[in-house]
Design a protein around this ligand. Structure first.
Ligand code: 5RP
Length: 217
């Protein structure tokens, strides 16, 4: 089975969490896009969705799903999104698509976070995937120096501006022994808007598409 078929299978399994009359949070990326395509088929069940990025907003609207402002809907019962890496503890690296800040906000505002991915995303330890960090443009050099002092190798994501008008530094070589601690430490660097570690608010459910079906962790 291809990685894309596994993503589709995980997205289909997440539909089981969509109950009638809900407003749900929807993530960003190819796996989340499969979820949106499937949601389109049951859209009459939904009251609407909160998008984690401008691209997801466009796709939801194209699917005929009403897009609502998070400020107007309060706590969301469900958030469904992909990941770049995930552990058995359901700690994640996210932000490969650059939407990490809004994804983190929607995840924080949701009662249940269902993460959908193909099984290549499951790792023993986070960090082979470069950690995305959204940074205010004027703080780029300062934040980069701080990241180097932590042992990381930051690289500017070329030609990329986030939905919030900021830059992304992709950081290799960080020693992510304790993702909860490192997430907090990175957030405390002045100029960092958000980092791609999702450990303090991990996923509640991880649905992994595999050759033999969908595994739930
Ligand atoms: C976007 C993300 C995505 O969830 C992550 O990059 C996974 O993408 P895909 O589903 O295309 O493999 O964090 O910011």
């Amino acid at each position: 089975m291809s990685a894309d078929d596994k993503k589709k299978a995980a997205a289909a399994a997440a539909l089981d969490y969509v109950e009638a009359g809900l407003v749900i949070g929807v993530g960003t990326g190819s796996t989340a896009n499969h979820f949106i395509d499937l949601l389109a088929k049951i859209k009459s069940r939904l009251d609407g969705a909160v998008a984690s990025s401008k691209s997801t907003e466009v796709r939801l609207k194209q699917a005929g799903i009403p897009v609502l402002d998070l400020n107007g809907v309060g706590t969301l019962p469900l958030y469904v999104d992909g990941a770049d890496e995930a552990t058995r503890h359901r700690h994640l690296i996210k932000g490969g698509g650059g939407a990490l800040t809004r994804e983190k906000i929607v995840a924080a505002a949701s009662e249940k976070f269902v993460c959908i991915a193909d099984d290549s995303k499951l790792v023993g330890r986070l960090g082979a995937f470069p950690l995305p960090i959204e940074v205010i443009p004027m703080a780029r050099s300062y934040v980069a120096r701080r990241l180097v002092s932590l042992g990381g190798q930051p690289k500017l994501r070329d030609g990329f501006t986030t939905d919030n008008g900021n830059i992304i530094l992709d950081v290799q070589n960080l020693d992510i022994l304790n993702p909860v601690e490192l997430e907090g430490e990175l957030d405390h660097i002045a100029g960092v808007v958000a980092n791609g570690l999702f450990a303090r608010r991990p996923a509640d459910v991880l649905l992994l598409g595999t050759d033999s079906g969908v595994t739930k962790l």
